[in-house]
Design a protein around this ligand. Sequence first.
Ligand code: SAM
Length: 372
Amino acid sequence: MALEHSVLDRYSEGAESRQPDLCCPVDYDASLLALLPQEIIEKDYGCGDPSRYVREGDTVLDLGSGSGKICYMAAQLVGEQGYVIGIDMNDDMLDLAKKYQVEMAEKLGSNRVEFVKGLIQDLAVDLAAVDEQLSKTPVSDADALLRLQTWQQTQAITSPLIKNNSIDLVVSNCVLNLVQDSDKTKMIDEIFRVIKPGGRVAISDIISDELVPDHLKADPTLWSGCISGALQEQKMLDAFVKAGFVAVAYDKWEAEPWQVVEAIEFRSVTITAIKPQDESCLDVGHAVIYRGPYSEVYDDEGHVYPRGQRIATCARSFDLMTSGVYKDDFIGITPAELKPAVNWCKPAGTIRPAGETKGASHTGMESVENCC
Ligand SMILES: C[S@@+](CC[C@H](N)C(=O)[O-])C[C@H]1O[C@@H](n2cnc3c(N)ncnc32)[C@H](O)[C@@H]1O
């Protein structure tokens, strides 16, 4: 609880006046900054630039939106058809971001940015609604507390602040490290819940090269300064894989640490990942060839791709391997004739001979047995 208060207090100060200790230097796209009010640019407490991953038409959720800088940058990239939601727990930061909403809507040509009050580890709970409920029914005893908790659980189910499968891209800039360790798994599960199948993650954050000892974690200045709450570099990626994401990667990795404390390096990175489509894995005869340069690679679903071999894939995996982050590494082989769809149940690494992909009429075809 003391750490949570230190985060609240520190970012209230950050909303009031610029705190130079709270950010690392970031090379933002100057053309996107040009539209932003100077105060928003100055009160930047980020450590990377996840706005680079925004596409036209996206619905974007920015976790820990602070002054709104990434939201207002993203709003220029999503265009008329897109939408941007910034979520933060701190009223002072929310007030700062909202202060420029009308001005930015005029500059953008429409009001496509919204700021909401919530915790990033519990994206269903609407903290503005909780504030309103508390003002109507203050909590004065244990019974009232239980009633509030029941009301909150109902609100989260019946009208979640951020709905299931509603977001194309979740971004964040230097916030995940501020969430209590005991809530970090829940936070990543929540990110998974709100992203649409096929949706993406682009998160800039601080990681550590070694596990951070408890005495550093207990230091409120190091914690609220985006240092000692950092996940260790391997644990960060593992946490996203465990939540169900695929194509989990460090897209950006600052070679130079931002801070070194007791010989532990804390550096800025950007993590990218994809939520898999939730459709069944149906085999209609596709294959992919891994180009190299490694002798073989595995994906996050346990499939193996030896270099140069035609590996049978279901239609869902085919789409994933031949688009987005994997597309430069794989060659897609579409069958001449689509086979009747069967549920996928071949072992990982099953070879699909060239003859099979060329169609039944091809002489010398070697067929891969369908096992379902
Ligand atoms: C380091 S600042 C980053 C702000 C912004 N992303 C930027 O690039 O300038 C962290 C922000 O996350 C917010 N924050 C920290 N923990 C949070 C949590 N558990 N839920 C929601 N917001 C949180 C803070 O209030 C603060 O505005």
